[in-house]
Write a protein that binds this ligand. Structure first.
Ligand code: CA
Ligand code: CA
Length: 168
């Protein structure tokens, strides 16, 4: 292990994160130390991310969903999550602010990243979400949303109107 980079967060990243999230400098520095400990290379690969996700859903299949979540966090699309992307992701999914959550949900559903959500993208994400649900819990779901198709239809009716419309 060389000593090419210092162990601290760079000033630019720190300033940017302070501007774009509600986290304080102390919190960001703490997150960074945690991140470095868990991930000495400073980057999380898709495989590592899938592993982390699988631990949260031991009874379901989290692989597909983890891939979608990873894509929505990997804002520069280079196939890894760096510290900045990780903190922004954490902020978007954990903060109480509805517009931030919506922003994230939008990027989650926009599978091909073209700025629009289509019904088939909604169905794709619902299918991934359904794989997270353990089999014995599926039977307990209400009749109008106990399959990925039904859930997608319902969600689509809520956010859009016709089958061929798209959400921008
Ligand atoms: Ca990235
Ligand atoms: Ca799209």
């Amino acid at each position: 292990m060389g000593n090419t980079k210092s162990g601290a967060v760079s000033k630019e990243i720190l300033e940017e994160l302070k501007l774009n999230t509600k986290f304080s400098e102390t919190e960001i520095v703490q997150w960074y130390e945690n991140f470095k400990r868990q991930c000495p290379t400073g980057r999380i690969s898709k495989e590592e991310f899938q592993d982390i996700y699988s631990k949260f859903f031991p009874d379901g299949d989290a692989q597909t969903y983890a891939q979608h979540v990873f894509r929505s966090f990997d804002t520069n699309a280079d196939g890894t999550l760096d510290f900045k992307e990780y903190i922004i992701a954490l902020h978007m999914t954990s903060t109480g602010k509805t517009n931030k959550k919506l922003e994230w949900a939008f990027s989650l559903f926009d599978v091909d990243k073209n700025g629009y959500i289509t019904k088939s993208e909604v169905r794709e994400i619902c299918t991934a979400i359904f794989k997270l649900i353990p089999r014995n819990e599926l039977s307990a779901l209400p009749n109008d949303e106990n399959t990925a198709e039904k859930r997608a239809d319902k969600l689509w009716r809520f956010i859009a109107k016709g089958d061929n419309e798209r959400v921008a």
